[in-house]
Design a protein around this ligand. Structure first.
Ligand code: C5P
Length: 297
């Protein structure tokens, strides 16, 4: 198997809006969200070998996490264990080394851990010749976490339920995106717990947008229902949002997921990249990225 087939992108997931529409009896929240993926991401590589399967973390945030985070509780290893359960007689399940380059900040609302788990499901399904039906992979993804099914598909999609109900999204216009993370992790359960007020209706979306400006106008009327509680827990989110919104050409600035990463939409990848350079100069301890959206190969 060629090296390319043993490498898998784990792109960052961004919620362009996120409405909390209700709550299930088990406490999980029902959501409505338009999810897109950025060209920023972690990268997972697999080197098959005779030794038991193990994981190594590399990259800026791999070093922050340290060796302890590469154990059996890592979502990548849990995804590998789940896939073994799907392997039929024709499969070629092996051990070896998984190397995860963690370029995305952790616990930051852009699905890093979920994207890693989804990348492991895609990569090992291929490498171990399991060829599981997509429905089976989606079912395993759902067990690994609410955001893992959407990351398994890694394409622009509408996400509802607690994350398991996926349906086609409006066609997106060309646009660019800036991502900014102030370096403070925010706990997802804490943010949900702090949320006040009622539920927000499901959004009414058009079939497509003529351009990024028109998309931003629709998004302005929508919200991330988790932004207010996350800002209360992490005031630097407000600073990040104001600084993104102050960039020339910024169409909208908003928080993704349960935070603390914020995004800005721009008319082009180039405009986003220029804004990211300025933001990185202003906040050199923060994680800042600018570029285009990820399109699944
Ligand atoms: O599934 P995941 O591990 O991402 O969720 C973390 C926590 O966030 C859950 O235990 C729950 O408290 C909260 N959550 C929620 N509703 C969702 C997703 C997550 O209440 N749809």
């Amino acid at each position: 198997m060629t090296a390319a087939l043993l490498t898998e992108a784990a792109p960052a997931k961004i919620n362009l809006y996120l409405h909390v529409t209700g709550r299930r009896p088990d406490g999980y929240h029902l959501l409505d969200s338009l999810v897109v993926f950025a060209q920023a991401g972690d990268v997972l590589r697999y080197e098959p070998g005779p030794e038991p399967l193990h994981l190594e973390l590399k990259g800026r945030f791999g070093q922050v996490l340290g060796h302890a985070a590469a154990g059996p509780d890592n979502l990548v290893m849990k995804a590998a264990a789940a896939l073994r359960g799907l392997a039929g007689p024709g499969a070629d399940v092996r051990g070896g080394r998984l190397v995860l380059e963690k370029n995305l900040p952790v616990a930051s609302g852009i699905g890093g851990g979920s994207a890693d788990a989804a990348a492991a499901l895609r990569l090992l399904d291929r490498a171990w010749r399991i060829d599981a039906p997509q429905a089976a992979l989606l079912a395993e993804a759902e067990k690994l976490g609410a955001d893992v099914p959407v990351c398994l598909l890694s394409q622009t999609i509408r996400m509802e339920g607690i994350g398991e109900t996926l349906s086609p999204a409006p066609a997106l216009p060309d646009c660019g995106m800036v991502l900014v993370n102030c370096g403070q992790g925010v706990s997802t359960p804490d943010v949900f717990r702090r949320r006040e007020g009622g539920f927000v209706p499901r959004a009414d979306l058009p079939e497509s947008w003529a351009n990024a400006q028109a998309m931003a106008e629709t998004l302005q009327a929508l919200e991330n229902s988790l932004e207010a509680p996350a800002r209360a827990l992490c005031p630097l989110i407000s600073t990040a949002l104001a600084d993104i919104a102050g960039q020339p050409d910024c169409l909208i600035a908003r928080m993704s997921g349960s935070g603390a990463t914020c995004f800005g939409l721009f008319p082009s990848a180039e405009a986003a990249s220029q804004a990211a350079d300025r933001l990185a100069d202003a906040h050199n301890a923060w994680w800042v990225w600018g570029g285009g959206l990820f399109h699944h190969p």
